[in-house]
Ligand binder design. Structure first.
Ligand code: PGA
Ligand code: ZN
Length: 432
């Protein structure tokens, strides 16, 4: 029997999709096996998120991660050396205890999540299984419904438009691969429309087209036209999904919509979004209100939660206790799962399980700063999350994830099942 105890863990600085430093952790087992993973990084972060440890100072805009890498090489490696790789929950618990802070500021969430994911990669490799299968065991799992960005805005496009993500979902597709095929056509059609109107100006941080629009509604209209041009039926086959990321422009019940020069209160936001819901086939809205506006979330969910998925991202920050509280208060009906918001995979899984227990939609999500690491593609399948959000349909740090799910789908052959409509915690109406 080969020795699957941890020999050492190495931390190194690599670079993310925005050209910023990030942490890679590489776990080496005593049997010689090595596995690694890279921490992602957000730009529109919730205040309740675990903290990325950055050096500060003049180097790389203060974003360097030498302390976080040192934490992996030193404290973390010393503390986990000699432990068997088999029990992820116990290893993650050791990381949490070693950090000892509420917000992960000692080791850094970047050091912790890179280590946690590398540990899981090593455990799967030691078990000689694909990571998703290692997680799922004998359970049957379904391939996730992808949520794919077409236009990128908000903090990912210098706030060119207020809304952060204009996305589509293809719940009527018969398979994950068909959902990608439909998306490819919509993405292409959207690019052609922008080119025709002279407003094609490259892509934003997550690969969606740079949003040269005069209003948020104009972006929605263009998206509708792109779906039509792709030969698909909006509402019936393809739905719209928005990440408002309202914490970026809303505080204390005041929402400053820069593009339209308007300031709205919480009710005004709910009315505006209600108008969009009435006029467009929107299936999902993330962070419709700011993280400090739970009452707004509650009112929005009461008004629209039956027909629209209401996702908490900055609002719930991948935190199981917050998810349970939101279920109790009916202030959302879905939760975004970003492992680095929590710090470890075990905590992220707890948030996902709290969501499932509450009947919530659960969406495994990448960050706006990503890399070639595809661990989250496996998490979405192995945890049977239902949905996956990794940005747009361009830039290889995004495509790497979609392509990895395609490989998993192919490996399942005739047994492959797709979540489709079942992933969404909503009642379907006559035209959807
Ligand atoms: P972030 O954006 O990774 O910049 O936080 C993603 C999101 O808000 O969903
Ligand atoms: Zn978000």
């Amino acid at each position: 029997m080969s020795d699957t105890r941890i020999k050492q863990i190495r931390g190194r600085r690599v670079w993310d999709s925005r050209g910023r430093p990030t942490v890679e952790a590489e776990v080496e087992l005593r049997n010689g096996l090595k596995a690694r993973a890279i921490a992602p990084a957000g730009a529109s972060t919730g205040t309740g998120e675990a903290l990325d440890l950055r050096d500060g100072g003049p180097r790389f805009g203060g974003m360097d991660v030498s302390q976080a890498c040192a934490a992996v090489n030193g404290l973390i490696s010393d503390h986990l050396a000699g432990q068997d790789i088999g029990d992820q929950a116990q290893l993650d618990q050791r990381l949490v205890a070693l950090d000892g802070t509420g917000n992960r500021s000692r080791l850094g969430s970047n050091a912790m999540v890179a280590t946690s994911m590398a540990l899981l990669q090593a455990a799967a490799a030691a078990a000689e299984q694909p990571l998703w299968r290692h997680l799922a065991g004998a359970r049957q799992v379904r391939l996730p419904l992808p949520e794919i960005q077409i236009f990128g805005g908000g903090a990912h496009a210098a706030r060119r438009v207020d809304v952060q993500d204009f996305m589509i979902m293809c719940p009527a597709a018969r398979s994950f691969s068909e959902a990608l095929e439909w998306t490819a056509e919509v993405y292409r059609a959207a690019g052609a429309l922008l080119k025709k109107s002279g407003s094609l100006q490259g892509v934003a941080d997550e690969g969606g087209y740079w949003p040269v629009f005069g209003s948020n509604e104009q972006a929605l209209d263009t998206l509708m036209q792109a779906i039509l041009d792709a030969g698909l039926r909006a509402g019936e086959q393809v739905g719209i999904s928005l990440d408002i990321a309202a914490s970026e422009f809303g505080r204390k019940g005041r929402y400053e919509l820069a593009l339209e020069g308007r300031t709205l209160d919480s009710d005004g936001m709910i009315d505006m979004l209600g108008g969009w819901l009435a006029n467009y086939p929107i299936l999902s809205i993330e962070d419709p209100l700011a993280e400090d506006d739970p009452e707004g979330f509650r009112c929005f969910t009461a008004a629209h939660g039956a027909r629209c998925q209401v996702i908490g991202d900055d609002f719930l920050v991948t935190n199981a206790a917050r998810v349970l509280a939101a279920a109790e208060q009916r202030s959302a009906n879905a939760v975004l799962i970003k492992p680095n918001q929590a710090g470890t995979l075990t905590e992220a899984l707890a948030a996902l399980q709290a969501g499932k227990k509450s009947g919530f939609g659960t969406i495994v999500s990448a960050r706006s700063g990503e890399t070639e690491d595809v661990t989250i593609a496996h998490l979405s399948v192995g945890w049977d999350a239902g949905q996956l959000k990794v940005g747009s349909f361009s830039r290889s740090e995004r495509m790497a994830k979609w392509n990895e799910v395609l490989r998993i789908e192919e490996s399942l052959g005739a047994e492959a099942r797709f979540w489709g409509w079942d992933a969404l915690p909503i009642q379907r109406t006559a035209n959807s």
